[in-house]
Design a binder for this molecule. Structure first.
Ligand code: MN
Ligand code: MN
Length: 443
């Protein structure tokens, strides 16, 4: 268990953006013998049982396949999770100076409580792509001697009016600007601090201000994943929604022998903003990858792809809201998930009368219970909070469109979408065990 948690925390530290997660997962997959699907396509390589391939899109989304003994048309066992997390993105024209202070203007990504992101150490991660195609990877704020950044908040002494505002207005979106410098460059009068920042960027990365137009820079909490609690039973870290499901799925996928049904692990982007875009689950990326694999396993024609997808089983894994005794009013205890009580299954999600939910079939749930029980996996069935307290969506309804069996699963965490989220170490172990059982034994 200790070794698994150590690797999990290392993965969280190395994967603070969707690109970093996919780069890491790709390296781990290749290490485990996975080969790039593009290579197989260009060589027209025949794929057979035991072969391991992966497809990825722009370092943001990835699908891994471990070809099984059975005909692919009979379907796959699929694990899916997302690798994007709520954060604060840098705008396209971000840099400005005001009263001798230089800032980066931002637009937050996903659902955050703005007030939680002020006065904490923040790091800058991402890429800057220059016109000639050169890509610069940026990570500032993670090494011991790196500088960090911050968003300011009003001092309590002058906050009489602010303190009477509702929480959603205390820090408004446009106020989430990142303070990045105060030192003027010598010999300049106007915007001397901003010019100094640009000169530092030029030295560090050889980029100009205009290059920020073609950049993807993400502001995330600085620092590493930590053990939490005197008993060290928990992990406190940024981005566990949904990397706790992504990494446990990945660990399970890399740790199975050739299965009967083809095993698949999907790590996708853009879930936090609706799964749109070429790297989100709504893109045809996954379907296209399956079509290529069908062809390389000797199946021709669209109908094979459709059969394979509709005969598949999926665990759509995303975090669930762990019951919090400090906020019992938003939970209904019998149908809540709890820290350390194992893998969570949710027949349905959604809000306002299960709207937007994939409501999975009783027959599928029964088969899943059987596999979990046979393998001694600890699990719980839960909804996300009280009826009409709020709600949330996942990628389950998207893959369900192929007619496959899908259920929402995942792990319970505290403080979802906060800069630091809290999970249970025991649950992480149960998840890996449960995911392996699903991949290898689900019929
Ligand atoms: Mn999520
Ligand atoms: Mn989320």
């Amino acid at each position: 268990m200790n070794e698994l948690i150590r690797i999990y925390k290392e993965c969280l530290n190395a994967g603070k953006t969707e690109r970093e997660c996919i780069r890491l997962a790709t390296a781990m997959a290749e290490e485990a013998g996975y080969i790039n699907l593009n290579e197989c396509i260009s060589e027209n390589r025949e794929l057979k049982a035991g072969d391991k391939v992966y497809a990825s899109y722009n370092e943001k989304t990835m699908a891994m396949f471990h070809i099984g003994n059975e005909d692919l048309e009979k379907g796959m066992n699929i694990l899916g999770a997302h690798v994007d997390s709520p954060r604060i993105d840098v705008k396209q024209n971000p840099l400005y100076e005001e009263e001798g202070m230089a800032f980066l203007d931002t637009h937050y990504y996903g659902g955050i409580k703005n007030y939680q992101w002020v006065t904490i150490p923040l790091a800058l991660h991402g890429v800057i792509v220059k016109k000639d195609g050169t890509r610069v990877n940026v990570v500032i704020g993670e090494k011991e001697d790196d500088p960090v950044f911050a968003i300011s908040d009003l001092l309590i002494h002058l906050s009489r009016e602010q303190m009477s505002k509702t929480a959603s207005k205390v820090i408004e979106g446009e106020k989430l600007d990142l303070l990045i410098g105060t030192e003027p460059i010598e010999g300049e009068e106007k915007d001397a601090v901003k010019k100094n920042i640009l000169s530092i960027l030029k030295d560090m990365y050889d980029v100009e201000e205009a290059d920020l137009l073609s950049a993807e820079l993400e502001i995330v909490p600085a620092g590493k994943a930590r053990d939490m609690g005197l008993d060290r039973s928990m992990v406190m870290a940024y981005g566990q929604d949904d990397r706790i499901c992504a990494f446990t799925s990945l660990f399970a996928m890399l740790d199975i022998d050739t299965p009967d049904r083809t095993a698949c692990c999907l790590l996708v982007d853009k879930e936090e903003i609706g799964s749109y875009g070429a790297s989100g689950m709504q893109s045809r990326f996954f379907e296209n990858a399956v079509a290529e694999i069908m062809l390389l396993t000797g199946h021709a024609g669209d109908i094979s792809v459709r059969r394979s997808l509709s005969n598949s089983n999926m665990l759509s894994s995303d975090v669930n809201a762990a019951f919090d005794p400090l906020f019992p009013e938003v939970f209904e205890k019998k149908n809540s998930s709890f820290l350390s009580k194992g893998l969570v299954f949710s027949k349905f999600t959604g809000s306002g009368g299960k709207s937007g939910s994939n409501d999975s079939n009783a027959e599928y749930i029964a088969a899943l219970r059987n596999v979990m029980d046979l393998n001694d996996v600890k699990y719980q069935f839960a909804e996300l909070g009280r009826v009409d307290a709020g709600g949330g969506g996942t990628i389950a309804y998207i893959t369900a469109q192929y007619g496959m069996e899908v259920i929402d699963s995942g792990l319970a965490i505290l403080c979802m979408h906060a800069p630091m989220e809290i999970s249970s170490k025991a649950d992480i172990c149960e998840a890996v065990k449960g995911y392996k059982a699903f991949l290898t034994q689900m019929k």
